[in-house]
Design a binder for this molecule. Structure first.
Ligand code: GLA
Length: 652
């Protein structure tokens, strides 16, 4: 039976609670009173920096890396936040078999050479630290790496016997993490997953005897054939070793399993950044694919753990200096969705025009906004999208993203921003500084592939609070009801990158949509209860539990019900609101077609609110439910404060 390997195998059973909950199993919908998304390490805002991979692949050396590091400092980009300098794949020579110690390719990293000992990266990280930068390193969950599996040429790969070429973390977690962090002084680790995916008994490199078999724990094409608990357990061990070796907690753990194994649902619980798709390449089409893999996952990103649609490819191909429109769009959209901003070009030769793109402080500030709310889709279509991000000041950022090559005219409305349409909305264009204001709606012109990004100020519809969909960084789908990840009906779906046309093409390689959504029901459908449409709210499957960080609000309000998109018209869902683990309110059992029930709950003094929708069913996907117009408000008329409007626009 395939569920043996399904990630949420236990969860599949538990989700059937209360009918099928076996004795001794705990109820995942029971309130915990805590925030369970990952908050370890140091990523209160998305990490920013530079990585060697997109520029150099495995052909790395010290000059290239330190040269780009120096350029980060000299160009002022380091001062603007680009601080991590990350070595990606290609730094190993081998693992010494006598004691398992890793050996660096010191011919490429001369500063690592030591008299009478193995090479050490300590002088290299000291140098970066002295420049005010942070240092990152790369490893793999398995025994072997991605380049060992996929590199067409051996020259940059580890050398020696089969065993000596086993440079990944598997079986050496404590030893290697201690080496990287305690001895060598790194601050960041990217943990790739090819070692637990690409070395099956029937793979060419195993058959040829080049590498030892590793029974795959991840299968890009099959969630059911992925042993998700085993992968999670490896990440937990790595995390524990990181904590042990970084007493000050100054580390970043980057998960790189490309969206496989439904990681888009659980990466947020295991590390600081988590890849949502296979590798980006410098083409517009691939940018869209990678962007889409993270763009509708706003509720799965919070301060401490972010969606990672892969590094920036500005500087090459469709994003080279001759394509500034596309380069700006790339940075803008990565900034809006709180993606890590990792430069991937050789900065030693970067033209000023591209340094200026990376260095747009207003756009960087959106990405680094301390509230940590990933932008939410406010208008969706194949050609153009509008994304809105709530900033810590209460201002909004809005990006109008022209995915198409054609010039377009679009209307931006106050409603997109959840601003009142009887008041002025002030816009500042973050690429050219131009200001304008509008009431109700503005007409905007976009060139092909252009993104307009504005900081926007207006009178919020909800003056004395925030809708939950305006604050996704405070909402964590601890249990999102997804038992069987199903594909999302969007045009651009993640697939292996462009490999030529000899195969049957880019089939989607993982599923995992159907999760909790801001302002939409799961699978992108409308929030609608008993025929009444809602523009705002949280849509999620039944048998789900959302954790909400309450930042001092006094009242939680929502209209709850089964969403009209449900397939199941027989079973009822019950909605329960908890405050710090205690029941505050319970709805009637509500079925498909029942009018929504209004809930208004006193949450004064509550730190963690939990929103549980429970149904006695075994297929929560058949019962999407809505927390329509879910909001936290201060709850008194006097509190219609202007606190969100007191701040001056920081843009010029
Ligand atoms: C994988 C990762 C890339 C890069 C390479 C290195 O493909 O997804 O980002 O690290 O491995 O081999």
């Amino acid at each position: 039976m395939t569920t043996r390997f399904l990630a949420p195998a236990t969860f599949a059973l538990l989700a059937m609670f209360p009918v099928f909950l076996a004795a001794g199993q705990s109820d995942p919908l029971a309130p915990t009173g805590r925030w369970s998304a990952y908050t370890g390490g140091r990523a209160p805002t998305p990490p920013m920096g530079w990585s060697s991979w997109n520029a150099f692949a495995t052909d790395i050396d010290e000059d290239k890396i330190l040269g780009s590091a120096q350029a980060l400092v000299d160009s002022g980009l380091a001062r603007k936040g680009y601080r991590y300098v990350n070595i990606d794949d290609g730094w190993w020579l081998q693992r010494r078999t006598s004691d398992g110690q890793l050996v660096i390719r010191s011919t490429r990293f001369p500063s690592t050479v030591r008299e009478g000992g193995l090479p050490s990266f300590r002088p290299f990280t000291d140098r970066l630290h002295a420049m005010g930068l942070k240092a990152g390193i790369y490893s793999d969950l398995g025994r072997n790496t991605c380049s060992q599996a996929y590199s067409p040429d051996e020259s940059d790969l580890p050398k020696g016997s089969v065993e000596e070429r086993e440079v990944g973390l598997y079986g050496h977690i404590e030893q290697d993490i201690s080496l990287f962090f305690s001895e060598w002084g790194f601050d960041f680790i990217k943990v790739d997953g090819c070692g637990v995916r690409a070395y099956a008994a029937n793979s060419e490199k195993v058959i040829s005897g080049a590498y030892r078999e590793f029974k795959p724990l991840l299968d890009m094409e099959s969630v059911a054939r992925s042993d998700i608990p085993a992968v999670q357990s490896l990440f937990r061990q790595i995390d524990a070793a990181l904590i042990r070796n970084n007493p000050d907690g100054d580390f970043v753990l980057s998960l790189c399993i490309w969206g496989a194994g439904n990681v888009r649902a659980w990466g947020k619980d295991f590390g600081n950044i988590s890849r949502t798709s296979d590798d980006i390449n410098p083409t517009w089409g691939r940018l869209l694919t990678n962007f889409d893999s993270a763009a509708r996952r706003a509720l799965y990103a919070h301060p401490g753990s972010w969606n990672d649609p892969d590094m920036l490819f500005i500087g090459k191909g469709d994003f080279a200096a001759g394509h500034l429109t596309e380069a700006r769009s790339h940075l803008s959209m990565w900034a809006m969705i709180n993606a890590p901003l990792m430069i991937g070009m050789d900065l030693r030769t970067a033209p000023q025009a591209l340094l200026d793109v990376f260095g747009n402080e207003e756009v960087i500030a959106l990405n680094q906004d301390p509230a940590g709310h990933q932008a939410v889709v406010a208008f969706d279509s194949g050609e153009v999208q509008i994304f809105v991000k709530t900033l810590s000041t209460g201002d909004k950022a809005v990006a109008i993203f022209n995915r198409s090559a054609a010039a377009l005219e679009v209307d931006l409305t106050a409603a997109h921003l959840k601003f009142r349409d009887d008041r002025d909305v002030a816009l500042v264009d973050l690429w050219n500084g131009r200001k304008q204001s509008f009431r109700k709606q503005a007409k905007l012109q976009l060139e092909g592939h252009q993104t307009l990004v504005f900081k926007a100020r207006g009178a919020r519809v909800l003056a004395d609070g925030l809708y939950l969909s305006e604050q996704p960084g405070n909402v964590n789908p601890a249990v999102d009801g997804v038992v069987w990840p199903a594909p999302d009906p969007t045009i651009h779906r993640s697939a292996f990158g462009w490999q030529g046309t000899r195969s049957s093409g880019e089939r989607p390689i993982y599923a995992g949509w159907g999760g909790a959504q801001p302002d939409s029901a799961p699978y992108g459908e409308a929030l609608r209860i008993s025929g009444r449409k809602f523009e705002t709210g949280i849509g999620v499957l039944a048998n789900s539990r959302l954790e909400v960080r309450n930042q001092g609000y006094r009242r939680f309000t929502a209209t709850v019900g089964v969403n009209d998109s449900a397939r199941d018209d027989r079973h009822a869902a019950t909605f329960v609101v908890y405050g710090d683990g205690k029941v505050l309110a319970t709805s009637r059992p509500l079925k498909w077609g029942d009018e929504g029930q209004r809930m208004s709950v006193d949450v004064s003094g509550v730190k963690i609110i939990e929103l549980v929708a429970r149904a006695a069913i075994d297929d929560p996907a058949s019962l999407p439910v809505s927390w329509a117009e879910a909001a936290l408000v201060s709850g008194s008329a006097a509190a219609q404060t202007s606190q969100y409007f007191d701040h001056g626009m920081t843009s010029s």
